[in-house]
Design a protein around this ligand. Structure first.
Ligand SMILES: Nc1ncnc2c1ncn2[C@@H]1O[C@H](COP(=O)(O)OP(=O)(O)OP(=O)(O)O)[C@@H](O)[C@H]1O
Ligand SMILES: [Mg+2]
Length: 247
């Protein structure tokens, strides 16, 4: 009996060892044959055409390309904030568009952080309340403590009770990063996170984002027009008129 058990245990261990590399190499993000078209006054506008790529856990990628090439549209679809005309987005094993809108919003709250060029903080809430909000919406306990710690981590421990109006642009973006990271997302999507900041402040925000990314094992996709920032990511995804082209 004991030996049968041993054989079973050994078999399970071997199966685990064989499975482990396969699981570890599974992409965290899989965008497959993604198309987005809209109707406008002059007919059909093809914004995204057959976008196809994968990213591994912890990878960092910069989406680059000319203004109007489709970068923000791609990021919005990856966040489930916009829908594709065709194609699929798998994030952390979830096929995003098999979920209805409510389920997608719930999934997003648990797995995704999003950072915008314009910070998008709620102006009537303090820095602390802004960072507490996603935890409270998710029904988490200990929101105040976690938010306070997170704001300390981004260097704003002395600015907890300030509203966005009295914070500098760099400080507001650090609050937005704290708000995005406090839920410990698998994936952080950022649309021109340094686009409203001067070069030095933008570089500091980028340092912080990459540090948090490494510390917390997040997979990061950011849109940027800044080639220096893009070069700090593992991958460059170059978009030209809605198509991925060699970087
Ligand atoms: N809902 C919509 N209806 C019509 N046109 C749209 C819509 N959404 C996006 N577009 C158009 O699709 C193109 C791509 O827009 P998108 O915002 O993705 O560009 P972008 O690469 O992020 O540009 P930028 O670098 O200026 O932010 C643009 O020409 C835009 O005007
Ligand atoms: Mg854009």
């Amino acid at each position: 009996m004991v030996s049968v058990l041993r054989v079973c245990q050994e078999g399970a261990r071997l199966a685990g060892l064989l499975l482990l590399p396969a699981l570890m190499s599974d992409p965290l993000i899989r965008v497959s044959h993604l198309f987005k078209s809209v109707q406008d006054s002059s007919g059909t506008l093809d914004i995204l055409r057959d976008i196809d790529f994968t990213l591994n856990p912890r990878e960092t990628a910069a989406i680059v390309g000319a203004s109007g090439s489709g970068k923000s549209t791609l990021l919005s679809i990856m966040a489930g904030l916009d829908t594709p005309t065709r194609g699929t987005v798998w994030l952390a094993g979830q096929d995003l568009f098999t979920l209805d809108e409510d389920a997608r919003a719930q999934w997003r709250a648990r797995h995704l952080g999003f950072v915008f060029q314009s910070f998008q903080l709620l102006s009537h809430l303090t820095a602390l309340e802004n960072v507490m909000l996603p935890l409270e919406l998710a029904g988490e306990t200990g929101a105040r403590t976690a938010a306070r710690e997170m704001l300390g981590r981004v260097g704003l421990g002395q600015r907890l009770n300030h509203t966005p109006r009295v914070l500098s642009g760099g400080e507001q973006q650090r609050v937005a990063l704290a708000r995005a990271f406090v839920v410990q997302p698998d994936i952080l999507l950022a649309d021109e996170p340094t686009g409203s900041l001067d070069h030095a402040t933008g570089a500091q925000v980028m340092d912080l984002m990459l540090d948090l990314n490494r510390e917390r094992g997040t997979t990061l996709v950011l849109v940027t027009h800044d080639s220096v920032l893009a070069s700090r990511c593992d991958r460059r995804l170059q978009i030209d008129a809605g198509r991925l082209v060699p970087a």
